[in-house]
Design a protein around this ligand. Structure first.
Ligand SMILES: Cc1ncc(COP(=O)(O)O)c(C=O)c1O
Length: 263
């Protein structure tokens, strides 16, 4: 089942003064709010890139639509977003179908959550990027399913930079050996690294984590990893995406600042 929308899912038929039913007016307001939030996030991303002496086009914004309705996702696509991020396979597959049925613009789908091996087969037909590969067994399953599809699957290795026990991801010391495994897989295309910073009200607390991820990628590149790999750094969320961009993020994953709080 789809998770229900927070706002705008009212089916009330009460009429407003201009004759629209109240539900559709709420939906329009919600869509406008999302479009406005999107524009503000784009401006902030551009400003952060410029401050860091980077090209704004180097940073893609993944709008994290997890728990938000297809209507909300459509609103951000209409405002110009092209990358959507989801944490749950079923939700992603259902939202994709619903968006296609509504004639939505093309989407690059990013799977940003922890992925179980038995769900990989649902993603390999269409997923633009799997962000959180953290084991050889998962990588091998992605390779197997991608080869069945005849479609190479772009992935990132999730690194648990902070060392928090609650976080998924490989330890920084284990990244090199997982990267070596990935490079040997024909149907898996390693594009870079991903991390989550511990939650903090202070965005500066994330800076050492993001810097460490960039340094890890630089070290891997210097040690001879093929040049096409490891160019992507997926880091930064609503709370700290500007800091992440200053530290080299190429993919920021932003939910709350675009769609509002998750329920
Ligand atoms: C892996 C990951 N990245 C990014 C986000 C987006 O977080 P925020 O709403 O703080 O922008 C989420 C939200 O659940 C997430 O799980």
């Amino acid at each position: 089942m789809m998770r229900s929308s927070r706002v705008g899912s009212s089916t009330s038929k009460k009429m407003t003064s201009d004759g629209q039913d109240q539900g559709s007016e709420e939906r329009n307001q919600q869509a406008e709010k999302i479009a406005e939030n999107w524009r503000r996030v784009v401006e902030r991303v551009h400003a952060a890139a410029e401050r860091a002496g980077r090209e704004p086009a180097e940073v893609a914004i993944v709008a994290v639509s997890k728990t938000h309705s297809a209507a909300d996702a459509l609103a951000v696509l209409k405002a110009g977003a092209r990358d959507l991020g989801e944490n749950y396979v079923q939700e992603m597959v259902e939202k994709r179908e619903e968006l296609e049925a509504r004639g939505a613009p093309p989407v690059r789908w990013h799977f940003i959550g922890h992925l179980q091996r038995n769900k990989v087969k649902y993603l390999t037909p269409f997923c633009a990027m799997i962000h959180a590969v953290d084991s050889e067994r998962l990588a091998v399953e992605i390779d197997r399913r991608a080869s069945e599809q005849g479609r190479r699957q772009a992935v990132l290795v999730e690194v648990n930079v902070s060392g928090e026990a609650s976080k998924f991801g490989v330890a920084p010391e284990a990244v090199t050996s997982l990267v070596e495994v990935l490079e040997g897989l024909e149907w898996v295309e390693l594009r870079g690294l991903m991390t989550m910073a511990p939650y903090s009200e202070d965005s500066e607390a994330s800076r050492p984590i993001y810097r460490r991820l960039r340094q890890l990628a630089e070290k891997l590149r210097a040690s001879g990893a093929p040049s096409k790999v490891l160019s992507e750094l997926s880091m930064g969320m609503t709370q700290d995406f500007e800091v992440a961009i200053e530290e080299g993020a190429t993919l920021v994953r932003i939910g709350t600042a675009i769609f509002g709080p998750r329920t």
